[in-house]
Design a protein around this ligand. Sequence first.
Ligand code: FAD
Length: 483
Amino acid sequence: SPALVWFREDLRLSDNPALTGALDHGPSLCLYIFDTSPERRALGGAARWWLSRSLMALSTAIAARGGELLVMRGDPAEILPRLVRDAGIGLVAWNRRYEASAIALDKALKAELVASGVVVESFNAALLNEPWQVKSKAGGPMQVFTPYWRAARERGTPRPPLPAPEGIRQAKLPATLRSMTLSIEELGLEPRKPDWAGGLRASWMPGEDGAQARLADFLDDGLAGYRTERDRPDRPGTSRLSPHLRFGEIGPRQIWHTVQMALETGETRGSPADAEKFLSELGWREFSYHLLFHNPELATRNFNRRFDGFGWEQDAAGLAAWQRGLTGYPIVDAGMRELWETGWMHNRVRMVTASFLIKHLLTDWRAGEAWFWDTLVDADPANNAASWQWVAGSGADAAPYFRIFNPVTQGEKFDPDGAYVRRFVPELTKLDAKFIHKPWTAPQTVLREAGISLGEDYPRPIVDLDFGRRRALAALAELRAET
Ligand code: FAD
């Protein structure tokens, strides 16, 4: 009987253990289901765009090897059992996911299929370690990154990645099931009117080839100096692999081994210390998944329950200004516009923009998490939720409550010439670097020469930094005092 590989968040052919497992069994069907069931959190707009392009790349790669990617839409709990039954499938293979609703679905499906005599095999393609494999000395989940990563490293070198299959022997799809399939275009994942995806198309090449090209470029140009350059939004100092990782177009094991190999063969100018730092960022990703697995409500519920009664402001105008990049703080506005334009934002600026929303506008971190979820191409159930809680101070191993990023000093430190601001906030292009992160302090003559009328071409600050900071500290100190 034929096998079936169910692609989900593993849209690649190399180092894909479920695909390899199915093909080892015999001729296989390759399936993707666009999941529309209400139990799963719907993908945001930018992620839908990415998914569409990624499926096209996967479909082309599968076809080039003699197979076909079958695309369906609906509830996998209904589609999969029917397909397995009607196509006479003997083995189903998939790579694991870690959101609670996905785990519940997979468990239920597995029980149902196994009960009807089908073999189900699941694998790890997304993580260096399964979330339950790394434990504290007492055997429980971990809450602090450094010991987590130490314990993860002590588990040894990740196993080497699997090669892509040379050919894909396609099993026959019974004609009666053909009507269940759709083209990728029919999923309607890309925006039409208005078409806001122009900046995304210009910035990214979704798919496995795009991911491999990014990694190769990064090892050529980016890894050398990563330790310090990674904090500079004005320079291309990071890998930008995050959306590729999010959709499983590349796996962490592949990155790990490619980096080690490049160090050994001298194919990168990056130092071992740069590589160590870079790999530890993959460690943060692993840690987020560890947190998500042990705290299924990470995206919706304060990890630290003390925050549950916190008096957030209901500042709709502030939230809207933040979303549109019109706060009057250039580094914040540049970040929010980079996000809108390209679907991605530099990590340093993610921290600054998130801190501004949470602390200076005293807005519930969940409003920011939701906006990032909708606009990031790398919107990730673990990384996004864990990072927002980290900035809020409500998370595990969180930033201390009194850490409030100052957008002016952050801008001056990490975008010293203002090149990043100029790129995304063109109104300020002509403003002298001395004032680029605080235009309201510039003399009228300087502003006039730069062609800026504050309050017209570019907003005045929507909140006074000192006021916002003191308000946040007072509210947060109260929260501490209550316990
Ligand atoms: P690199 O520096 O090249 O790092 C390599 C990889 O390591 C990344 O692709 C990513 O998978 C992982 N990584 C790097 N930094 C972190 C981190 N701080 N936490 C967890 N993993 C990390 N990352 C997402 O992938 N999806 C999100 O939805 C997301 N939301 C975030 C929200 C906020 C408020 C903040 C502060 C951070 C968020 N991050 C998120 C983490 C981080 O900003 C991005 O992973 C990083 O900017 C991606 O760029 P890169 O691939 O060039 O990173």
